[in-house]
Design a protein around this ligand. Structure first.
Ligand SMILES: [Mn+2]
Length: 322
């Protein structure tokens, strides 16, 4: 089998119309990867459309201002030569499997989730990359495409967010080296870091206040978790991205080897579970509950109700560590 980077490059070189697909509840990696790839393709004379099932968080305004990102309602069948998903570990993560498959003739999957089953015609999945943005960077390097301020800012956003500002234990020297190259091309590097890491919303602050007084631990304190009821989210007017940030408040607790956040998404209904660990393969638990992700960072959604989800999740974790 020929090298997937080369296959991706050749397919994109031959395309005139390209749809770039981000994942639902977009994070910095899918947003930065899609915007950088979209800009590069349009620099190269392609017609490019970006699509995302959900709105992009305001913290990425410095990237998305003046950019058009469509929703699936605006995407028609058979309108593109190539459809590219970025950072989607599973085709369901696109938020519209049918249109992802039918919008174009050829489907390309660029991703770094080890759990990615390879759902496209061309699958470039490299789980050793810290972010999908690293793969987009490699593609641009292969094209010898110039790194503009915008492209560098977008790719830096990918790397910085997926590595927790280069502080997560799995941060690679490659990610740091790429970030260093990108930083030289970014006109206002301080502003980007400020937007990403030196500010937080009032609602996230309020939620963290609640969560830090409701954090629970196993007897050894090696497992820490928070179970977040819908009524608390609702009363504090918390956004999805505020809630997604919660795990980063409990993960650094000194004895914690596994951190879990369970979030009730609608009253008595579905619960989103997020796991983080630098010691255990958390993707095995996510798979068990129908989700996916990385060895160190995974998530799943279950329809159990909050209390039952908490019991079921902790029972699995306790088989390994408690
Ligand atoms: Mn990612």
């Amino acid at each position: 089998m020929s090298n997937p980077l080369r296959q991706v490059r050749e397919a994109l070189d031959q395309a005139a119309n390209v749809l770039v697909v981000m994942h639902v509840h977009p994070d910095g990696d899918t947003t930065g990867s899609a915007l950088a790839l979209g800009q590069a393709l349009s620099d190269r004379g392609k017609n490019v459309v970006l699509v995302c099932a959900n709105p992009i968080d305001k913290r990425y305004d410095y990237l998305t201002q003046g950019r058009s990102i469509l929703t699936w309602d605006d995407v028609r069948k058979d309108s593109f030569d190539v459809v590219v998903t970025v950072d989607c570990g599973d085709i369901r993560r696109t938020g519209n499997e049918e249109k992802t498959r039918e919008a174009g003739r050829l489907l390309i999957n660029i991703d770094h989730h080890a759990s990615n089953p390879g759902f496209a015609h061309i699958n470039w999945v490299d789980h050793t990359a810290n972010a999908t943005g690293v793969l987009i960077y490699q593609l641009l390097l292969n094209w010898q495409h110039p790194l503009s301020d915008f492209i560098a800012t977008a790719l830096y956003t990918s790397l910085s967010t997926d590595t927790g500002s280069f502080m997560y234990p799995w941060t690679s020297s490659e990610a740091l080296a790429v970030a260093s190259v990108l930083s030289r091309e970014i006109a206002d590097f301080g502003k980007v870091n400020q937007a990403l890491w030196a500010q937080r919303t009032w609602t996230e602050t309020a939620l963290a206040g609640w969560a830090l007084t409701h954090v629970k631990a196993s007897p050894s304190r090696r497992v820490v978790w928070v179970a977040l009821p819908y009524e608390v989210m609702h009363a504090l007017h918390v956004s999805d991205s505020d809630a997604d940030a919660l795990i980063d408040w409990i993960r650094p607790i000194q004895t914690a080897e596994v951190a879990v956040v369970l979030r009730e998404m609608d009253p008595g209904g579905s619960v989103k579970i997020s796991w983080r660990s630098a010691c255990f393969d958390v993707s095995q638990w996510a798979h068990h509950f129908g989700g996916g992700g990385h060895v160190y960072s995974s998530a799943a959604v279950v329809n159990l109700g909050l209390d039952a989800a908490e019991d079921a999740v902790l029972k699995r974790v306790a088989e390994l560590v408690w």
